[in-house]
Design a protein around this ligand. Sequence first.
Ligand code: NDP
Ligand code: 2IT
Length: 447
Amino acid sequence: MDQQQVITGVMEQVTKRNSGEPLFHQAVLEVLESLDQVLKRRPEYVEAGILARIVEPERQITFRVPWVDDQGRVQVNRGFRVQFNSAIGPYKGGLRFHPSVNQSVVKFLGFEQIFKNALTGLPIGGGKGGSDFDPKEKSENEIMRFCQSFITELYRHIGADVDVPAGDIGVGGREIGYMYGQYKRITGLYGGVLTGKGLPYGGSLTRTEATGYGLIYFLDEMLKANGQTLAGKTVVISGSGNVAIYAAEKAQQNGALVVAMSDSNGYIYDPNGINLGTMKQIKEIERKRISTYTEYHPKAEYHEGFQGIWSIKCDIALPCATQNELDGKLAAQLAENGVIAVAEGANMPSMPEAIKTFQTNKILFAPSKAANAGGVAVSALEMSQNSMRLSWTFEEVDAKLKDIMVNIYAKTNMAAWEYGYEGNLVKGANIAGFLKVANAMLAQGIV
Ligand code: NDP
Ligand code: 2IT
């Protein structure tokens, strides 16, 4: 059997075995399609069934999350944790609380996490979890009760050397705090079982900024390698959550002009540059809609509908909201408007047709697995600090983060080149991430 037949066979099995999970299929297909040259050179991966094993989670946990709302009504949500691959370290990956969360979402994220975590160079396996709980419009007490109920089941499946969850959409410092408190209460353990913790109880400096800053460090490397710089460029960023805000902050520090940001309802266009102090106040402190930005800055425009943000002319586009937010048509619009680079802060925000459009138009493209790995990398550094019972300074962690992102760019670019896909960082990230995990799996036998 040649490698293409192997890939087709594994993909058929994935589709059949995981019916009704289109996002998971999309994520798997992109990785498998990157591997034909790898399998040609390394037939031992096929013999050891690496492909068939790597697409099957080691364990999937689904559970009931009952809680009582402020009106005294019983609510029931569904909780998930997929422990996908532990070949290179304990399962590691975020928890997402959003009404759209289902098995397909958690599995696509968990699958991508395997390769992303491998790219960081740190010893972390791949996992992901979450719930279809919607944190919007919930009181502080409801959020706390939900988090406590969620961890009251999940605690038995996680541990500092077993599986270490963190944040993702809808899960930030507040939620991690409530989950950590309940975990500690149930188990009596004070360890690094969750990352993204608050600074007074084991959190790491720079974790809040890590994904956004890391994205810009990666983008900067990609631009430099192509004779460009961020200074003076106009940037559009979708989302206004953790990743978007700190990507904007670092982009501004590097001399770029960030003119637009969004939430799921609409977007703000501020041609003089988004005021991040206001954005943080609205999003991090008041937890309000982005539309309220115009109350502080009446000259800025608010437009309903979040996809309209991609019609704004810019040099650099940073999708930092959610999966599949950019389709082929929106990508074509960006290309027509002369965008020179796209770097993904969100996980899988570009649909396959969008990626194709960027590549055919010679737009520099940084795929999420590589470009947004800064968050999980600093999570792993938080684990190191917890194990050592000490804390590094902001500057120390930031310097390590930068190093890691520069390395990921180099590794990704080199793998693309070595396997005949020069300049294609999608292939490079998939290949480089896969090689590390596959070699570990090979060494550990059929498990
Ligand atoms: P947040 O919850 O902090 O922010 C999410 C932002 O995206 C909000 O502005 C939200 O708007 C918007 N958004 C969410 N879902 C949708 C949707 N379906 N349609 C349109 N807009 C939407 O999450 P993060 O910033 O942490 O995560 C953003 C992305 O980055 C996700 O893809 C996540 O997986 C990825 N990521 C996160 C990392 C982290 O460390 N946090 C690390 C690596 C990747 P609204 O408030 O209206 O819902
Ligand atoms: O998608 C991601 O990499 C994250 N949400 C961060 C995971 C983590 O463990 O910090």
